[in-house]
Write a new protein. Sequence first.
Length: 496
Amino acid sequence: MNPVNYSRVPIKRYDPDTRIRTLNAPTLIPYTLDEVVAEASRCLGCGLCIQGCPAKIDIPGYQIAVANGDIETGLKINFEKLPFVAVCGNVCPHPCEDNCVLDDNHGSIATRHIKKFIAENIEDYNEVLKVRKNDLGGKAKVAIIGAGPSGLTAAFYLSINGIDVEIFEQTSRGGGMMFHGIPEFRLPRYLLDKEIEHILSYGAKIHYNTKVGRDVQFMDLLNNFDAVYISIGNWKPNRTHVKGEELKGVYHALEFLGRVNQGERIDVGETVAIIGGGFTAFDAARVSLRLGAKKVYVLYRRSKEDRPGYPSSNAEEELEEAEEEKIEFVWEVSPFEYVGENGKVTGIKYWKNKMVDSGSGRREPVPMKDQEFLMKVDTIIEATGQKPDLSFLPNEIMSKLRMTQSGDLIVNQYNMTSYPGIFAGGDITNKRKDIISGVADAGRAAMGILLYLKDKGKIMRVPKRLTNFEQGPYSTTYYEIRDEKIPTVLQITSIQ
């Protein structure tokens, strides 16, 4: 018997000079079968990774299955909590890996890369999963606003429990930010399409190009459906309001990435400046290279160590990939003016910042206005975040919804808002604002919606677990429902 090698199987990347030539050339080289078995075999089964996962997936379970060469069981274990196995296998920020007991010496187990192998080597999910629909008695229908990761996950778990689901999506296709915000070189579109088609195969219907508040009114949904799940994401850009923001060649990253992902080839010129230091800024920078830019700079107001997502293995990987592609970073600066000629941006003025301890635990940038710089650029992209747009909600509903100071909806442990029958999840309710957290919200909401429907007499019973495979159970963690009365408004607490 050969002893297990506890050193991490290296994750290889394609040559950066080659991969930046097209918008869809992947960055990561997938594991081979031998590599994925070797990497999965490193798992000690301790379960610390589960505590780091927002969805509490049975990570040791699927890794041990893969170590034994059983990727089909690995898929089923993931589906207990996650219908986007390929998506998360490519773009999950994998906080689980930061919890890995092996992280301090041999390198954390590459859980995301193992998940990627599982999803990309199973062509037909239906054939493997063999999900049986639960019959809960009665008839109920639920409206979901937004066909992003959280909305589609809720649709999956409700559909397989016999609930009629209709999704109202304002754009022409499903996926939300998975399609409109994430570049194809990070998330291949055929994998996203495969998983959306699988979810819809259980009966949920999508109304595309249907914006709630314009094409259909929210009160109509509330009156015509038994429950509503709001999973609209954050689509309203935060702008810098810097002087010159109206110049041609200045974009918000949300607009820029969305247009490129829909097939438009934007002329960015030779030099591009990205404002911001989060993962969207990195995506915008790397897309700009693939559109032909010769120089791309990322300008961020804080230090390298104070950037969003740091410290984490995902933040380090994102930085390494960007630096491999020769993207340059300018830390601790504050843009104060975009300059231009004949209505077109030509440069950006910025101050150098001093990082000051504010006592809050995170240093704050203070501009040193005697240190002024000018950078000549052809394009500026503001990757400065976005916020929810709840303007579709009537005043009588808004007045009864509890919200955070930042404008997020407050929900209870089943993701029900302070208005009974209205549930919410995804970027409008959680602090992490990533795909796996939106998925976790949707799982809790699906349980809450079923309990609510039972309380209202729309269904006769709730299942003990959301999934019902032809053979199983396969996982030590799954969505397990206690048959209880859903907490009232007075008992509501934020789960952020």
